[in-house]
Design a protein around this ligand. Sequence first.
Ligand SMILES: [Zn+2]
Ligand SMILES: [Zn+2]
Length: 399
Amino acid sequence: MEILKAIRGFDDILLEEAKKFRVITNTFRNLFEVYNFEEIILPIVEYKELFDRSVGEITDIVQKEMFVFEDKSHRVLALRPEGTAGVVRAIVEHGLLYKHPTLKLFYEGSMFRYERPQTGRKRQFNQIGAEVFGVEDPIADFETIKLCFEAFNKLSIDIILEINSIGCPKCRPKYKEALVNYLHSIGGLCEDCNVRKEKNPLRVLDCKVETCKELIKEAPVMLDYLCEECDTHYKSLKTYLKEFNIPYIENPRLVRGLDYYTKTVFEFIKDGLTVLAGGRYDYLVESLRGPHTPAVGFAAGIERIMLYINEIPQKPLYALVYLEEAKIYALKLANSLRQDGLKVEIITRGTNLKKKLEIANKIGASYTIIIGPEEIRKNVYILKDMNKKEQKEIPFSFS
Ligand SMILES: [Zn+2]
Ligand SMILES: [Zn+2]
């Protein structure tokens, strides 16, 4: 019988990779702590309708990439393709915005999209993200970007920040009109864009097809159409970024296709790949029947960031080697060292001292601790530095 394998696109995250994963999430979590975010832990399965209404029926995510299924009671459910919809559903359902006029939440977890599996793109992948609800001021946009910038700094990843403003329901219609006029004046858009230009023209701007990219270079840009409020908001954000020496590139083709997105959009990009995307969405909460609540947030792809994590500093490992007569003392010694915060592995295999030392070497121990009846009698253990090949006796009480 053949061994069972994981499903394609649903990958195991093993050993060193799991360490990288945790380094990333811990980095963000430490920042969430000092920025005073609270965690929200959400279900993986929601009604499909939630994503139709929030992510939007005419996006690729909802049209092509969602894992949708019917359960035994014929309810149409979906594995969540992203985190924001669930967060907003939860805070509206539980009325949290009435108790907390500003609410800062972060989440971490698996998301699911039916995409062609490739490097950094899995069908089950993990995101860590955050949302700030109730702050209209661009300071919220700035702080969100600042937090992300700090995270990449701490992870020693050189990254490019791109920003743009996509306006608001007051100023965007005029821009859309200009864009649609332009799109109708040209030919040669891809099949998807020909649909988008009628239903969701902004999405044409971030089409990945080369011919479309060329054609939209000449398209009108939103920044020329911002109303005074949006313009002031965007300028303030840029002032704060400059004040804190956060480098950014203005990319007028950076968009989000849905009407509830407003003003700021941003992406952190590495080697042409978006590893973190965020922006302001002042109308999403009310589109899901909550009170009008300005909001800004982001989501980072953990697997994509993992591609850029190299070395992870490790705590030195202490291998504990004992002679059979000293077994119980070995357990006590290991316990005592672990209480002091040391990383200790008791070597249980190997028939003699030489074999045990070989095993200690093989598992990458920085130090080996040796104890036998002689050491117990003298109230010491032997500490051997595996790199320097030196050893010394350390006093220890075995009582
Ligand atoms: Zn505006
Ligand atoms: Zn296109």
